[in-house]
Structure formats: C-alpha cells, structure tokens
Design a protein around this ligand. Structure first.
Ligand code: NAI
Length: 681
C-alpha cells in the first residue's frame, strides 16, 4: 500500500476496506481515481470490498479546478467500470453528500448503503455539463427514467429514504454506519446483476414530453438541462453504445461557453464573500438585531434574519404600525409553512425570537440595527439619531437605502466606523443579493460583520462603494436607458422585451416595469430633472406613458395593455402611437432593430457600465458585478453575468457596439477604460 495515496486498502478477515481520504469533500481528483484503480486490484480475493470515505461526506463531486485541462488517466468511467467488473463485489457505504462522480461510483458498486439523511445528486447540470462517468446511463437503469431526469436535468437532490424507495439503495442505516456496513457484509445478499446490464424501465412519450417542457421552461435558454434528458435517453441503447456517447458529450460540454460561465459563477460566489477590503478582519458575534421600519422591506429583512437564527426587534412609528408590521412578519412565516418551506416547530421558534415595538429603548441591547423606513433623508437621519441615543456607541448601524448617499444619512452620528449600507432586494426574505456599502470610515471588522450577517441570512453579499444606485441600480438605470433609446430610434417594447428574454432574463425591461409599477421611477426622474446633465440624451417616452395614466399592471395598463384576470402583456396601439409620435417630433427616422442587435446593445451597455464601476473602485472585481446581476437582477446564471458574457462576446465587439451608441447619441455614453482599450480609442 502506498502511504501518500488518498485511497487506502486494509484487510479484516475476508473483508477489504477501501477508504478514500481526500479532504475537504473527497473529490474524485486524479490521485483518487488512480488510488481506486489500484484498490480494485488489491481487493481481489476478498469476499467483499467495502468502499467508504473518511470525514463527513462520501465523494461529493469532481475537482472543478481540473475541468479546464484535458482529462488525465485513469478516467472516472473506466474506474467505475473496473469497480462494476471487479471479481470481488463492492458495497458503497455512504454519508453526507454523494454528488456527481460520487454517485456514479456508487452506481458501479454491487450494493449501496447509506446513513439516514445522506443526500444524493447529479449536479453536473449546474455547471453546464452532463455526468461523464456513466451517471446518465446507470441511473435510469437503477432508479427509473423519471427520477433520473429529476436528478440529472433539474439538479434535484434525493435523500437516502427517497433513494431507497426508488430501489437505489439496499439499506438506510440509522445508527453507526461502520457497524451497519459490517452487519451488511456479514449477511451479504446474492450479488445482483451489473447496473449497466439492466434494462431501463420505459417512460411514456407523454411523460417524457411533459418533463422536457417543464425543464425547458426553467432553463431559460440554458442548454445543459435538455442535453441531460437527451443523454438519459441513450440508456435505452446497449450500455456499450450509450456510455461512449455520454462521455463524448460530457467532454465537449466542458469546453462550452455555458459551462465556463457557470463555473465562473460558482467560483465568483465563493470569492465575493471574502472582499479584500475586509481581509484579515474578525467579524463580531451577532445575536440580537433591530430592524427599523416594518414595511415591505423591513418585514422581509426581519424574516430573513429570524431564518438566520437571530433575535429580532422591529421598531415602527407607533403601536398600530408595530402591530401591522408584526402581522406582516407572521404572515410571511406562515406563508413559508404553507408552502412546505418551514416546519410548524421552526416557525413557532422563529416567532418566539421576534418582537415589534414603537419604543427605541427596546432596542438598547442590539448588536446591529438595520433601517428600512421611507426613502427620505430626514426621516432616515432622525431614525439613526434616535438609535444612537439608545444603543451602545459601537453598535453597528446599517441603512437599506437604495439611492440616498449613506454618508449623508449618517452625518453627525457619533463613531462613523460602525456605519454601513446594507442594501437588500425585494422581497428581502427571498432575493439572494445583499449589497454591503462601505462608507469612507467604515471599519474592517464592521464590514466583516456585515458579510457574516449576510452569510447567516444565506445571502450572496457583494461589497459596493458609494455612487448613485450603488452597483445594481446604477447598471439598471443604464439598461433602461439603452432600452428607451432603442424605442426612440425604431424598436417597440415587445421587441426589446423579447430580446431580453433571449438573453435569458425571465422578463424584459418593459414587462418588468409594468409588473412593479412605473410611479417610483417617474417620481425619481422628476426629482432629477433640475440636475440632469443637459448634454445627456433624455428620451421622454416613459414620462409620456406615465402622463397617459399607464402606470403598470396595477393601473390596468402600462407599456402593454392588459385584460382583466390575465397578466399576459398585449402590445398596445396607444403606446406605439406615443413612441412613433415621439420619434417624429424629434425628427428621428425610425429604423428596425433585429433581435441580435438589441441583445448586443443590452449586453454591451451592462458590460461597459460594469467595467466603469470596477474602474472607479465601486466594485472590487468584475466577478462581483456579475454576482450583483445574477442574484439581484435575474441575469441568467448560465451566461455568468454581463462581464463574463462580454468575455464570450469579445470586448472588441462590446467596444464596437458602444462606439455605435456613442455616435448615435453624442455625449450620452461614458466609455470605460476597458472598452476604450479594446476599441483602440
Ligand atoms: P414601505 O413604505 O413599505 O415601508 C416603510 C416602513 O417604514 C413603513 O411601515 C413605515 O411605517 C415605516 N416608518 C416610516 N418612518 C418610520 C420611523 N421614523 N420609524 C419607524 N418606522 C418608520 O417601504 P419599503 O418598500 O419597505 O422601503 C423601505 C426602504 O427600503 C426604503 O429606504 C427603500 O429605498 C429601501 N428599499 C426598497 C426596496 C423596494 O423594492 N421596495 C428595495 C431596496 C431597498
């Protein structure tokens, strides 16, 4: 036995124990694959080989850092085949997460047993791939086509009991797993036929079509979910035909833009959680927090915080408003119970950690206070003055403002090092993004605590500097601007929206405005009117739509017409007349925009603005910008965010598009250095 291999083999009578020890998650690295291949040879002669993993989990996937390079021998499909063909049969003994290659190894074993609570998955689809070591070929043969589609195409995880019910396990062990493995090995059932030699149970054409349609709808343009279904159908071919097809497609997909983008998103999520600005800082402990303002946002923040195990005191303007806010919070918790997302017991426990009050004194002992009152500088200032009077001088103070400069909000508050922006997205208990806004004096440990707070709330936190709209809303403004320019120059809302959906957004900018209402942005534009740069091209179509009382779905009409009881937008003749009329008054000869051009314009404007944001130090990295877009604005993850999309499109192409935009609307677009360099300007 070699001692430096992550796979060891020990004998115990007629048993052979094969143990994988490759922390942290026993990934199937080259060394693990080589170790397993050697182990198969070493166990020959034993009555049974027991395959286990050290630590908390069985093999929880492949080593993604190896995905960019050409695969190195021994390849996993060959190793799984060796296990399946081994004269000494293997039993997989599993705990923790059995994912991807881990599940494929288990499928090669003669038997599978697992600790209760073990979770199984084929998550390759989440990184734009299909399984590559027989997963799509063996899973349907073992657990049926429908369950295999759910796992491989939808990335659904099954727990041990569910897998047992599907015939995928031989035993779920309640107590000590090693003892259960010994017990199982002592009374070994008759060796079953190889999984690869079984027949996959047929699926009806209707069921398959229904599954395909459901997967396609969720995929929003992502290719790998449907490719997984295709590969699973090869399980109806002989294994010797289906398996090489799976492997070939797996290797092709590793080189795809989609897989690159999804892997980028995976690593970016990890990296944004550790901003350079808070490097080395130790977060403070958080136990009890205050949320001031219990409206739409405050209630959501409170619920997210309760979900993160914190005690929450919510402060409202008066007793009646506090009671309303408490109802809102209870309603959100009850809703989660109704949808099966939360147990009754957990709900009761969360409610017990919550109080609502109109008295700031009740918040005297909190570790952190988040303000989510009206978007009004004076109201917010007054809140922090009152908070500062009751809390300790180093209690962390956060504002959820969307647009007001936090430095102005905290002006005059003692000890500015404890102040920061905590910008949640609506609905705050659902949306994953949290922009953590650093003020000039915010201390690193306060920033680190902001990130620890976000982590407890299971948010993707992104550090942002101060500018109008921070990272996300600043980019949103540019997105809307380019969309409206296109209306003025010849496009119609339905054309722009269709192109945005083609990018993979669930909705286009105009449909989305109809859904959320046009009033707030209208009010904002009126407020900004006096300070707007006169050189900037300002299209008044939005204003005219609002003036025509078309304020969105709630007012029955907006950028589109709606008929009662139907939320589907219908193109509006009145809106078209406003748009065409505007172009005419401005002397613009309308021209048609094809979808490709609209897509390129939207992506280029987002990438250009993202680059400016990084160049100005508002975001630390381009990956951070991508995370804001994916987790706060529904940018399709499979494109990796606008910066990653620009990488794929080519920055020279982005530069060419921006040059055209700048030519059409002189003085209206500020080009990032990134774009200027790429365009040779
Ligand atoms: P909202 O109007 O639903 O709620 C505001 C709540 O604050 C009300 O319940 C009100 O009674 C309470 N309030 C007002 N003055 C108060 C005071 N002095 N003391 C205690 N409570 C007071 O507003 P919403 O939508 O929840 O927004 C709140 C803040 O969150 C705003 O600053 C907004 O910019 C920000 N925000 C809003 C988002 C949204 O999509 N609605 C997204 C991100 C941030």
């Amino acid at each position: 036995m070699t001692t430096d291999s992550p796979v060891s083999v020990t004998r115990e009578g007629d048993l052979a124990w094969v143990t994988i020890d490759n922390p942290p998650v026993n990934a199937t690295s080259t060394a693990v694959r080589a170790g397993l291949a050697r182990a198969v040879a070493e166990v020959q002669g034993a009555r049974v080989a027991i395959l286990t993993c050290a630590g908390k989990t069985f093999v929880a996937g492949g080593d993604m850092s190896e995905f960019d390079a050409p695969p190195v021998e021994p390849h996993l499909p060959d190793v799984v085949q060796m296990i399946e063909d081994s004269g000494t049969p293997f039993v997989a003994v599993m705990q923790g997460n059995v994912l991807g290659g881990g599940f494929e190894i288990a499928l090669g074993c003669a038997w599978r047993i697992a600790a209760k609570g073990t979770r199984f998955g084929l998550p390759e689809v989440n990184v734009g791939l299909i399984p590559g070591a027989g997963g799509t070929q063996r899973a349907p043969r073992l657990i049926g086509m429908e369950a295999a589609i759910d796992m491989a195409a939808s990335g659904m995880m099954l727990d041990a009991d569910a897998l047992l019910g599907l015939g995928g396990l031989d035993l779920v062990a309640e107590g000590d797993l090693t003892a259960a493995a010994r017990g199982f090995a002592a009374e070994l059932p008759v060796r079953p036929g190889k999984v690869s030699e079984r027949e996959a149970a047929p699926i009806s054409a209707e069921t398959l079509e229904a599954k395909r349609a459901a997967v396609a709808k969720r995929a929003r343009g992502q290719a790998s979910p449907l490719l997984n279904i295709d590969a699973l159908q090869w399980a109806y071919l002989p294994f010797s035909d289906g398996q090489p097809k799976e492997r070939k497609l797996h290797l092709e997909l590793r080189q795809s833009a989609e897989s690159r983008a999804l892997r980028h998103a995976f690593f970016a999520e990890r990296d944004v959680a550790r901003p350079k600005a808070a490097e080395g800082a130790v977060p403070r402990d958080l136990k009890r927090i205050a949320v001031v303002g219990g409206g739409l946002m405050g209630a959501g923040i409170a619920v997210a915080s309760l979900g993160g195990g914190l005690e929450v005191v919510l402060i409202e303007r008066d007793a009646q408003a506090a009671a309303c806010a408490a109802d809102r919070v209870a309603g959100l918790i009850d809703g989660a119970v109704k949808r099966g997302k939360l147990s009754e017991a957990k709900a009761a426990e969360q409610k017990a950690r919550f109080t609502a009050t109109a008295d700031y004194a009740d918040a005297a002992d909190v570790d952190l206070a988040v303000e989510a009152v009206f978007e009004d500088l004076e109201v917010k200032r007054a809140v922090f003055r009152q908070l500062a009077d009751v809390v300790s001088p180093d209690t962390i103070l956060g504002t959820n403002t969307s647009y007001i400069d936090p430095s102005e909000i905290f002006d005059g508050i003692p000890n500015q090092s404890r102040c920061l922006g905590l910008h949640f997205f609506s609905p705050a208990h659902v949306m994953k993004l949290l922009e953590i806004v650093a003020l000039p004096d915010t201390s690193t440990d306060v920033l680190a605590t902001g990130f620890a707070f976000g982590k407890r709330l299971r948010k993707v936190s992104v550090l942002a500097g101060i500018c109008d709209g921070f990272i996300g809303n600043r980019m949103l403004a540019e997105y809307r601007r380019v969309a409206e320019y296109m209306l003025a120059d010849g496009a119609l809302p339905q054309e722009v929206d269709a192109a945005a959906r083609e990018i993979g957004f669930p909705m286009g900018p105009f449909e989305l405005q109809d859904l959320t209402g046009l009033q707030i942005a209208w009010a904002n534009r009126k407020r900004q009117a006096s300070t707007r740069d006169p050189a900037l091209r300002y299209v008044t179509i939005s204003d005219q739509i609002c003036e025509a009382d078309r304020l969105g779905q709630r007012s029955g009409k907006g950028w589109y017409d709606y008929v009662e009881g139907d939320r589907n937008p219908r193109p509006s003749a009145e809106v078209e007349a406003v748009i065409v009329g505007y172009s005419k008054v401005q002397g613009i000869t309308r021209r048609s925009f094809d979808r490709e051009e609209i897509v390129a314009r939207i992506l280029s404007v987002l990438a250009n603005e993202g680059a400016r944001i990084v160049e100005e130090g508002i975001a630390e990295t381009e990956a951070a910008v991508d995370m804001v877009q994916i987790h706060g604005y529904a940018f399709p993850r499979w494109r990796g965010g606008p910066m990653q999309a620009a990488e794929e499109l080519g920055w020279d192409e982005v530069a060419a598009v921006m040059a055209r935009l700048a030519e059409e609307s002189p003085g209206s677009w500020v080009l990032s250095e990134r774009v200027r360099n790429a365009g040779g300007v």
